[in-house]
Design a protein around this ligand. Structure first.
Ligand SMILES: Cc1cc2nc3c(=O)[nH]c(=O)nc-3n(C[C@H](O)[C@H](O)[C@H](O)COP(=O)(O)OP(=O)(O)OC[C@H]3O[C@@H](n4cnc5c(N)ncnc54)[C@H](O)[C@@H]3O)c2cc1C
Length: 286
């Protein structure tokens, strides 16, 4: 196996164009597992660790552009205030060692429905920037992830960055696992409030072939919440929101949990996450 080590993004893109079958490696926390279990045996690996452009983040015109190679640890430390939902999700990823190496770009590359970075990106309508030697294009996150571990990346492309709006209100991420850390989600949920748009965005993880936006639940909550007076959330709205999130999920039975359990758990997470975010918006501690 040949290890290619570009020093710049343009070098990396040239290598990918010359070797479309090459597998990029960022933190390696997914790819090394695949290699160790002999699930993949590429002729070339492109090591992105030395590409400075992938490790940068910046704010322009109010939006954030975050390099694909920014680790979870840096994201929590450097962007946690602007992206609280993604930071909460990042804190649940693996262990400190995994968070030091692992990247959101790698989570996007793998496109697992259980990837914890993905529901917060969906609940923020993030846009993925991909590039090849022919130029770059931007793909909305919901079009980027096309199926379980499948995405819209062409063979000659790399994920360069993602674009995401900084939070405009409270954001939550809740995950169910069989223990508290180092665990793949049985199911998860992101709920983001966008008070300026008077919108609620909710995305389910690990209960369908891709992360799933619970659009009926979002519309119900956005219409029922009293954005003017910030009146308390009614028990009926919380219950209905929970039921609609539960209904939006498309889980299967697998080794981590049954479909029935996932439906039930998502209803509980939804009621809690909406209550936490709305109470925070009202100025109460959850
Ligand atoms: C012990 C352990 C615990 C874990 N716990 C969690 C968890 O709690 N939650 C969770 O979501 N994940 C978890 N993971 C999985 C993994 O850490 C994450 O998916 C992480 O985001 C992968 O990032 P990475 O940089 O290590 O990716 P890599 O392994 O380097 O790459 C992952 C995939 O993306 C591709 N890729 C990487 N960068 C690019 C790029 N710039 N352009 C195109 N393709 C690219 C690679 O070719 C590969 O297919 C865990 C893994 C381990 C080993």
């Amino acid at each position: 196996m040949e290890i290619l080590r570009p020093d710049t993004l343009s070098e990396a893109l040239e290598m990918k164009a010359a070797h479309p079958g090459a597998r990029p490696i960022a933190g390696g926390t997914d790819l090394m597992v695949e290699l160790n279990f002999d699930r993949t045996r590429p002729h070339e690996i492109i090591d992105l660790a030395r590409v400075p452009e992938l490790r940068e983040h910046a704010r322009s015109n109010g939006a954030l552009r975050i390099g694909a190679g920014v680790s979870y640890t840096r994201l929590i430390g450097e962007l946690g205030d602007a992206l609280p939902g993604l930071a909460i999700a990042s804190r649940t990823v693996g262990s400190p060692q995994i968070r030091n190496r692992g990247t959101v770009g790698g989570n996007l590359g793998t496109s697992s429905p259980a990837g914890d970075g993905l529901p917060p990106l969906f609940a923020s309508d993030a846009v993925v920037e991909v590039a090849s030697v022919d130029g770059s294009r931007r793909v909305p996150i919901a079009e980027f992830v096309t199926g379980p571990k499948r995405n819209a990346l062409a063979d000659d492309e790399l994920i360069v960055a993602f674009h995401i709006a900084p939070a405009d209100g409270p954001q939550q991420f809740a995950k169910i696992g069989t223990r508290n850390a180092m665990v793949i989600a049985v199911c998860s949920l992101s709920v983001h409030l966008w008070p300026r748009e008077r919108a609620v965005k909710a995305c389910i993880g690990s209960a369908g072939p891709t992360p799933i936006r619970a659009t009926e639940a979002e519309a119900l909550a956005a219409g029922a919440l009293d954005w003017e007076s910030r009146a308390p959330l009614s028990a009926a709205t919380a219950a209905e929101f929970g039921a609609l999130v539960e209904r939006a999920a498309q889980p299967i039975d697998d080794v981590r949990g049954t479909a029935a359990y996932r439906h039930h758990a998502l209803g509980v997470l939804a009621r809690r996450a909406l209550t936490w975010t709305w109470n925070e918006h009202r100025g109460e501690t959850a």
